[in-house]
Design a protein around this ligand. Structure first.
Ligand code: PRT
Ligand code: ZN
Length: 286
């Protein structure tokens, strides 16, 4: 019997939705019963273990779970023996230092002799050390942003995403220390059968990620314009060109990236393309 690969994901919180969505996009349907600690997948040899995000790196390091989806910030902070196998591109944030808005900031030496509140003493300690700053770290769990306001610390080191929490606490971000996103981590000593399932999982995730921001485009063009239009539409190898029922015309199909979408559409219209259709792509296998 094939060995099940156990994947730890967050039970609830900012990583949960992205983790579940990623599994679904990879064609792994979870038997929903979030109250259960472990839930098998219907159609892929994996089972999902629901945990608090803080516990995921250690659970993977000790092998109680084979892989896990967690914020890179937790991996960096906990320094457990795990391998980052894939960056997943969601739950993006940064870990930054912030000080009260009204104070003048003149560079990192500002922090010398100051007290900084944080839930990430490991990452902050390393940063202070490598920058030769002598500051006191005050470890606090939750609501770090209120510490300067209540006189508990001079500054904070915390996760920032939109920055609105800082603003509403009259703080300003002065140094970004690290960027973070959700990552897939794995135990260092997975047996071959589990590695094979992990490779299949990574292949599926990559196919989904590759399709993100890509569109399938179809258009009609007079045959003499095919060369010019093809040069605007590189496609995966080259565009597909098929004759239309009307002589002298063809249908051209290709893949374009969302980033240069409007620029490409403009060029195609100028080159004589008509009846342009743009369709989302779910997965791309190269
Ligand atoms: O219950 P459990 O322990 O599992 O969850 P948790 O409460 O510890 O973590 P959770 O769900 O809040 O966050 C999980 C992970 O999401 C973090 O470890 C980060 O990797 C990532 N992430 C992404 C964030 C944010 N964005 C984020 N904005 N984690 C926290 N925040 C908080 C931040 O602490 C601050 O209070 O949001 C506030 C700042 O947000 P902005 O948008 O106002 O700047
Ligand atoms: Zn947590």
């Amino acid at each position: 019997m094939q060995k099940l690969l156990r994947i730890a994901i967050q039970t609830k919180g900012r990583l949960n939705e992205g983790s579940v969505r990623l599994m679904e996009e990879a064609g792994i349907s979870l038997i929903i019963g979030r109250r259960n600690l472990v839930s098998p997948a219907k159609n892929f040899p994996v089972e999902v273990l629901y945990l608090r995000d803080d516990d995921i790196p250690q659970t993977v390091a000790y092998g109680a779970s084979d892989v896990g989806i967690v914020g890179e910030n937790e991996v960096m902070e906990r320094k457990e023996n795990v391998r980052i196998v894939k960056r997943l591109g969601f739950s993006k944030c940064r870990l930054s230092l912030a000080i009260p808005q009204q104070l003048e900031y003149h560079g990192i030496s500002w922090f010398n002799g100051k007290k900084i509140a944080t839930s990430y003493p490991g990452i902050l300690g390393n940063w202070l050390k490598s920058n030769g700053i002598d500051a006191e770290i005050h470890i606090i769990k939750g609501s770090v942003e209120i510490s300067p306001g209540i006189g508990l610390a001079d500054a904070i080191f915390d996760i920032v995403s939109s920055g609105s929490t800082l603003v509403s606490n009259r703080l300003k971000e002065v140094e970004m220390v690290v960027a973070s996103e959700a990552v897939l981590i794995a135990n260092e000593n997975l047996p071959a059968e589990k590695l094979a399932v992990l490779e299949d999982l990574i292949f599926r995730l990559e196919s989904v990620q590759r399709a993100e921001g890509k569109k399938y485009i179809l258009l009609n063009a007079p045959n003499e314009k095919i060369a010019e239009i093809s040069s605007v539409l590189p496609g995966m190898k080259s565009p597909t060109v098929m004759p239309l029922a009307i002589p002298g015309w063809s249908s051209i199909h290709s893949v374009i990236s969302e980033n240069d979408f409007w620029e490409v559409i403009g060029k195609l219209k100028r080159a004589g393309a008509e009846g342009i259709l743009v369709i989302p792509i779910e997965k791309m296998i190269l």
